[in-house]
Design a binder for this molecule. Structure first.
Ligand code: BG6
Length: 472
């Protein structure tokens, strides 16, 4: 049996600048935060690969856009690399060579019938702004970001109709300053919350500027809410899930959709001395400039239970004081990535948004399956037979379509990723693409079986339930 995909439902794919571009043409002093992580801690990057060459999209973009056209892709999202967009981040001197690359890429996409969607920051905050102002800890960086956003809107806003202020604005500070898993391994929970706040405020400011320019498009942010499931029906486990949801999901949903932070979150921040002390004017800006739409990245569920042990009061505050991760026996796994596979997250996020917030247009901006050693699955013609990816997408898409049936305002599904690309740390270990990238000098491309299948999905707009059943 096949189910119909609604007429205007977007079926696209995504990536980011730093994960594809490579450093060709990059000038002295144009490192991003992620570039400096790679330079400082190269040994944690799988087999030493990283942003330096990536997929060399900077030179290969016409080839990739031709492949998009070949599989009839209608939407592609990437980012502008903020760290490469200027030669001076305070004077805001644009690097015209890089800016022209963005222009050419956008034009090439449009000519190929692929609508460009652009994100202003996918972890590419300039190293210079980190060194001088401690990055998103600083209001100065916020001001410089808003000016950068305005320049980007003015240059490309006539052709780009979908803008995102950030990709997953919570991630960098969670890995670096809350969990201290990543370079520079500085544990600082107050800074974590301040970065969260400044990125919400920066989004509101960018939304304000975008609307003032009266351009023919819309602006939002890409969030990565984790659908959180309590271990049990006990009041304690339920409470653990609610607090997780506050700190990691509502912390962005509330200001961006309703323009107001929840009282519960503010009380918890004050109690644990991680409050971000907003001014009245800032709160008014957030209130007046909510997003037009949202991108949602969804990969795995988060399962929690009430903590079994008392918090060590001698350690810095962490929201984990209120929850403990729960490992569900029998869960399905993508063992390459270490993430649980639970397609119901797509239906559940749809109902979560419908229930908790006023109607807002949104789309899945990332979902996908990273798989190790995909060369194992090449057939005699060298085409990767990634049936597991087809099944994964089908099952997730099915749950998303169920959500639409039940009244969600979801407008589309964009796969991570169009081509294989560099992951933070895992580099090319797990392959996500519809397009295979060989790690030869040319970064040779080839379509996988899933690319041909995706083309038929775009053409026929019918999802085969046999792919869903097979996977059960
Ligand atoms: C998303 C990010 O969280 O997940 C991407 O926006 C990332 O940048 C993707 O590549 C997949 O995760 P990972 O860690 O396997 O690359």
């Amino acid at each position: 049996m096949k189910i119909a995909i609604p007429e205007n439902f977007v079926i696209g794919a995504a990536s980011s600048a730093w994960q594809t571009e490579g450093w060709k043409g990059k000038k002295e002093g144009q490192d991003s935060f992620i570039d400096s992580w790679y330079k400082n801690e190269k040994f944690v990057w799988h087999e030493g690969y990283g942003p330096a060459v990536a997929t060399n999209f900077y030179e290969n973009y016409t080839q990739d856009i031709a492949l998009m056209k070949e599989i009839h892709l209608t939407h592609y999202r990437t980012s502008i690399n903020w760290s490469r967009f200027f030669t001076d981040y305070e004077e805001l001197n644009v690097d015209e060579e890089y800016a022209k690359h963005i222009d050419d890429m956008i034009n090439e996409q449009i000519q190929a019938g692929v609508e460009p969607m652009i994100c202003l920051e996918h972890y590419e905050v300039p190293k210079y702004l980190m060194d001088k102002y401690d990055g998103w800890s600083s209001k100065k960086v916020l001001e410089l970001y808003v000016k950068y956003a305005k320049i980007a809107f003015e240059r490309y806003g006539d052709r780009v109709k979908h803008w995102f202020t950030f990709n997953e604005p919570i991630v960098v500070q969670t890995r670096c300053y809350l969990d201290a898993l990543r370079w520079p391994h500085e544990q600082n929970t107050k800074k974590w919350m301040l970065w969260n706040y400044h990125k919400a405020l920066a989004t509101a400011r960018a939304v304000e500027v975008y609307h003032q320019l009266d351009l023919p498009g819309r602006i939002g942010c890409i969030l990565n809410p984790e659908m959180v499931y309590p271990r049990s029906s006990s009041a304690e486990d339920q409470k653990a899930a609610e607090i997780y949801d506050l700190f990691f999901n509502k912390v962005f949903f509330d200001p961006m959709i309703t323009g107001v932070y929840s009282k519960e979150l503010i009380a918890l921040c004050q109690k644990h001395d991680i409050y971000f002390d907003p001014t009245e004017k800032e709160l008014a800006t957030i209130k007046a400039n909510t997003v037009d739409f949202l991108g949602i990245n969804q990969y795995y569920p988060k399962r929690v239970r009430a903590p079994r042990y008392q918090w060590n009061e001698e350690t810095p505050f962490h929201p984990e004081r209120y929850y403990e991760s729960f490992d569900l026996p029998g869960k399905q796994m993508n063992n390459s990535r270490g993430w649980e596979i639970y397609p119901e997250i797509m239906y559940d996020i749809s109902m979560y948004l419908k229930t908790n917030y006023p109607p807002i247009p949104w789309l899945i901006t990332e979902n996908g399956m990273g798989r190790e050693q995909e060369e194992r699955y090449k057939n005699k013609d060298g085409i990767v037979q990634d049936d597991y990816r087809i099944e994964y997408i089908s099952k997730h898409l099915y749950q998303l379509l169920r959500g639409i049936e039940d009244g969600s305002t979801c407008e589309g599904y964009m796969l991570w990723a169009f081509t294989d690309c560099v992951s933070p740390m895992n580099a090319f270990k797990n392959r996500y693409g519809l397009v295979r990238i060989e790690l030869d000098e040319k970064r040779t491309r080839s379509l996988k079986k899933s690319a041909y299948w995706y083309r038929s999905l775009v053409d026929e707009r019918l999802l085969s339930l046999s792919n869903v059943e097979e996977f059960k």
